[in-house]
Design a binder for this molecule. Structure first.
Ligand SMILES: N[C@@H](CCC(=O)N[C@@H](CS)C(=O)NCC(=O)O)C(=O)O
Length: 213
């Protein structure tokens, strides 16, 4: 079987979700960096793989898959070992609710093209506002679902989505002391190899000044 190829940007939270899931499920893959700073997501070559002109794209099983959550669900359905969705339908719904709170309600308003349109001079204030807003609500939701991780004591897709969002929040100085549950879960996930290996600072396209081993 051909090795899957992930088209990704080191700092993209959506790319990080896919990296963590591939690592968690012990799927070997190659990375092809797509620089969002250089607008490489808009080149004709890349657009032919991903007409949405965003990262990530995962080439796997003879197809190019787009949309990180669709990719995570595909990996879960085709590689069910080391599951990231609970068996219990209620818990699954709780996981998917948190996934959407991050992937559908939070990341889109903090995305590069949205921030550019809102105005570069407002960038950090805009990002800080929307991530603080989201975390205030997610922290309350986690009070009813969390154990060691977002939903109970097993790692799920909710954790996979939460960790990159916390990294982004830290970049714009969101006051994370207001969100103790989110912080605790984030720190616990970052002790796990799958999350550590997927960290932006360990990617081949990470600039030298940020790179970690
Ligand atoms: N819903 C998409 C969002 C993809 C997305 O917005 N990716 C960002 C990086 S996290 C991107 O490529 N942004 C480029 C741009 O806005 O031009 C997914 O989950 O894959």
């Amino acid at each position: 079987m051909e090795t899957p190829t992930l088209y990704a940007y080191y700092r993209s939270s959506c790319s990080w979700r896919v990296r963590t899931t591939l690592n968690w499920k012990r799927i070997d893959y190659e990375t092809i960096p797509i620089s969002l700073i250089k607008d490489e997501q808009k080149t004709p070559e890349y657009s032919s793989l991903n007409p949405l002109q965003v990262v990530p794209t995962l080439k796997i099983d003879g197809v190019s898959l787009t949309q990180s959550i669709a990719i995570l669900e595909y990996l879960e359905e085709t590689r069910p070992e080391k599951p990231l969705l609970p068996r219990d339908p209620i818990k699954r719904a709780l996981v998917r609710s948190l996934v959407q709170a991050i992937a559908s309600d939070t990341q889109p308003v903090t995305n590069l093209r949205v921030v550019k349109y809102a105005g570069e001079e407002r960038r950090d204030e805009w990002l800080n506002y929307w991530m603080t807003y989201a975390f205030q609500r997610i922290e309350v939701q986690l009070a009813t679902t969390a154990g060691d991780y977002c939903v109970g004591n097993e790692v799920t897709l909710a954790d996979v989505c939460l960790v990159p969002q916390v990294y982004n929040a830290n970049r714009v100085n969101v006051d994370m002391s207001k969100f103790p549950t989110i912080q605790r879960i984030n720190n616990k996930c970052l002790e796990l190899d799958a999350f550590k290996k997927a960290h932006p600072h360990r990617q081949i396209d990470c600039p030298d000044e940020l790179k970690e081993n």
